[in-house]
Design a protein around this ligand. Sequence first.
Ligand SMILES: Cc1ncc(COP(=O)(O)O)c(C=O)c1O
Length: 381
Amino acid sequence: MNAIYLDHAATTPIHPEVIDVMTTVMKETFGNPSSVHLFGREARKLLDEARRTAAQSIGAMEKEIIFTSGGTESDNLALFGVAEKYRKNGNHIITTKMEHHAILHTCEQLEKNGYQVTYLDTDESGRISVQDLQQALTDQTILVSIMMVNNETGMIQPIMEIGEVLKNHQAFFHTDAVQAYGILPIDVKDLGVDLLSVSSHKINGPKGVGFLYVNNQVSLKTQQFGGEQERKRRAGTENIPGIVGFQKAIELSLIANEQRRMKYEAYNAQFIDILEKSTISFSINGEEGFRVPTIVNISFPGTNVEQLLMNLDLQGIAASSGSACTAGSVEPSHVLSAMYKENHPCTTNSIRFSFGLANTNENITEAAQKVVSIVERLTSR
Ligand SMILES: Cc1ncc(COP(=O)(O)O)c(C=O)c1O
């Protein structure tokens, strides 16, 4: 049985060209980019080039890019860094109930440190309302953090409209673009965002690397102390093989971006079409027309997540509920709970399928057919 990977929102396979460049760097360029000798200068050159690629990919300047260990660190650095630096201007932060835990748990910590956090709600659409944001803003608000694409539902949030609202407000605007980058075009100036988080392993790059974009006008309170790397904003010797691999993944994500997007749209449509032509009942979570093509979150009435995931796994299909699994039981999703409110069946009978490099038309068809037969079996008892 060939296993079929439909969990690209969790992580993606590393692209073979990324592995090639990383292997070469590991063999040939081991210098420390802070060293002034030849070995160090060679490593520095690679680091500078990678920074240029990262900056250009979002319309930023090189000095506005901080390489980090991934999405979680970028989110932490953005939130703690801004909140602690601008504490004198206010203590209010706005985010949403649907953020990744890298944001939500950081906000909980900030609350313990005396900040006030407003968690914007949503409805079944899975999008936040810009009016709600406007009403939540006060003269104490110093930071707004709203994700670009939700990792469980694939819902795209109205980032540009929010950027517009915040133009004349002191609050800085951070967006977690981990699930958007490489799929949606991003220009930080057009979007009006001041800080933006990206992770390499979601775009066929290596794990443990990412970047945080920080607008030139924004200062951060340092969170990690040591050397003077990353313009004193993130101490520690840079992970050169990882960063060069990340650079390659960025370059590959920019090539034929539109064709790839269309391919994933076709996979998504093909998958849904097979479900629609069957007799099973299902519904897609999140408002149509505002979802990225790489993620679809489907509710199967009459089933539950544990049953579904176990049966899918037995059939060699890797999907996810999007939420944490503790002691063999899956917690109701906080994202779907925000959309449908607590105890709604959709919060415990939904599965996230996410498409990418590991897919073909053939394995999408096979996976959809297996999903149909599993759901038929589970609901006919
Ligand atoms: C929206 C979002 N933010 C942050 C992260 C964390 O990124 P990393 O795994 O690189 O720490 C993830 C990973 O799943 C994510 O989906």
